[in-house]
Structure formats: structure tokens, C-alpha cells
Ligand binder design. Structure first.
Ligand SMILES: [Zn+2]
Length: 154
């Protein structure tokens, strides 16, 4: 079980959660409106309105799903890399242990995994984590990578 992967997933769902919560706000206010009208009236028409509210809520959920699906993979990768960079600065020992664990899971002995992790960390820690932890292979050169990082808003 790689808890780090879970943390990354939680991280990347932050903006996703914002989108879904935004949709939920819409659902809540529409539904509240329908309920409010239903309570204030003896007519059966408000029930139709409530049903309509359900349709609107469904449409909002679909809109949120669409928003999520069209958002680019590179945005996710950049935010993962940005997080990784931060983690490497703030807790390098945890990150080294994490990398070691990844190599153990891939079949290396604990000793060799530690050595590989140490050497790759010394060579280019962020690149090693991007490739072996996040599965981001495209970024192999430092310069375009740094350019990408520099363009990330804090
Ligand atoms: Zn890492």
C-alpha cells in the first residue's frame, strides 16, 4: 500500500472537489427553492417544479463531470510535480524512504533499493520521483521541466 499515492490523489482531487461542491451549491439552492415554494402553496404545481429541480440538479452534476473530464492531464501532472517538489524540500527523508519502498515493490532487495534511491536522489530527486512515483516519463530534461515549473502559479 503506497500511502503517498493516496495523498497525491487527494491533492489532485482538490479542484475537482471544488467543482463538485460548486455543483452541489446549485443543487441545494434549486432544491431549497422548490421545497420552499411547495411548502408555501396548496397547488400541486410546485411538485412539478421540484421534479424540474431534480432535472436541473442532474444537469449540474453532468456539467461537473464534463468539467472534470475535459480538464487536461498536464494540469494534473504539473500540480503533482509541484507537490512533489515541495515534499522533497520539506521532508527529504520521507521521500527517500518512499522511493526506496517503490523499488522494493518492483523487486529489488531492501539494500539495493536504498542504494538506487540514494543515487537517483543525488542525481535528480525530482526526476526520479516524477518517473518512478508519479509515472511521468516525458520530462527527462531539466530545462523544459524548470520552465514548466516556473509557469505554475503558486
Ligand atoms: Zn515522492
Amino acid at each position: 500500500m503506497n500511502t503517498q499515492t493516496e495523498i497525491h490523489f487527494i491533492n489532485r482531487s482538490g479542484w475537482l472537489r471544488a467543482a463538485v461542491l460548486g455543483a452541489n451549491d446549485g443543487i441545494l439552492s434549486t432544491t431549497s427553492l422548490a421545497i420552499g415554494i411547495a411548502a408555501a402553496s396548496d397547488s400541486r404545481n410546485p411538485i412539478v417544479l421540484a421534479a424540474l429541480a431534480g432535472v436541473v440538479a442532474g444537469a449540474l452534476s453532468m456539467a461537473a463531470g464534463e468539467y472534470v473530464s475535459v480538464s487536461s492531464q498536464s494540469d494534473i501532472e504539473i500540480s503533482d510535480l509541484e507537490r512533489e517538489k515541495k515534499e522533497l524540500l520539506e521532508m527529504p527523508e520521507d521521500e527517500l524512504a518512499e522511493l526506496t519502498e517503490i523499488y522494493i515493490q518492483r523487486g529489488l532487495t531492501a539494500e539495493l533499493a536504498k542504494e538506487v534511491a540514494l543515487q537517483l536522489t543525488a542525481h535528480n530527486a525530482l526526476e526520479a520521483h516524477a518517473r518512478d512515483e508519479l509515472g511521468i516519463n516525458e520530462i527527462t530534461q531539466a530545462k523544459p521541466f524548470q520552465a514548466a515549473m516556473a509557469s505554475v502559479p503558486a
